[in-house]
Design a protein around this ligand. Sequence first.
Ligand code: ADP
Length: 335
Amino acid sequence: MVNYSEIMSAKSIHKIGILTSGGDSPGMNAAIRAVVRTAIYHKMEVFGILHGYSGMVNDDIIKMDTKSVANIIQRGGTILKTARCKEFMTPEGRSKAYKNLQKRGIEGLVIIGGDGSFRGAQVFSNEYNIPCIGLPGTIDKDIAGTDFTIGFDTAVNTAVEAIDKIRDTADAHDRLFIIEVMGRDAGYIALHSGIATGAENILIPERKTNIDEIIEALKEKEKRKKLVNIIIVAEGEEFGGANEVSNYIKDKLPKTEVRVCILGHIQRGGSPSCMDRVIASRMGYHAVDCLLEGKFNVFVGIVNNKMHSIPLNEAVKKKQRINDEWIKMVKILAS
Ligand code: ADP
């Protein structure tokens, strides 16, 4: 039987480049592995572009084979390294990048990154008419059009594990703990980890922080002798983060024992969860299909467990929305 996609690959795209860009997220390696091996299966040549768009601008590009992605599916970070690249934001930088691709005959790109990286892909693709397929790699889960992003599940489970440990000590001392998790613009890590650990309050950038309501609730809980409280704060929450929230509470409730813990970069690292490895593998595999089918300027998303290719524009223009019902639920469950 004729394998249609092999014919397409032989005729259309022979050489592709792959890069990871922006913030790293666990599972990026699993996605790289899937893209490289699927592309090689379809008889393509694959080039790894190092340090995100910087590698394209500065010609830091290596040839990859099946062996170069051996033993990486379980590793966090990214073997291709990642970076933020100001030069790529200029037409001159992108022109240098394009020449470096042209030199090798690279005809298509797979970009694993967040919405910023997708924006770069879109601009580049429009300028140089080169197919760019995005894979949503971000711990923040803030990309519209997909139920999952690579890295969120691992990051949120790291946060949950840490918060559980903090709750033990909070419980032993009858303390209020204010725990800051990552999320400058998006509250998904805060929301999910907060629900999963039974937090009393969850403060996220997408909602106004009603600090006085929190103070009143703490006073009321003190009367009921409910002294162990966990407040999860996303770093981009409007009040300014865990330290600011803590200072305000200490000022209003001087007798309350308050401690702050900022989880920080541990949320980005570590071995990817099973879920992240599986979605990264499926997305990487599908990205090559997209190139074979001649798709342009799309990213790969999963909706209702099905693979979709969604215009990059969707991710660049829209944000995932927080469900108000979840916010209501948090209050009821933590009462
Ligand atoms: P993330 O992909 O994690 O959201 P960034 O927002 O930092 O990360 O974007 C990663 C990189 O994508 C930037 O350093 C830049 O090189 C490129 N990029 C972002 N926006 C644009 C743009 N409008 N034009 C060209 N390149 C862009």
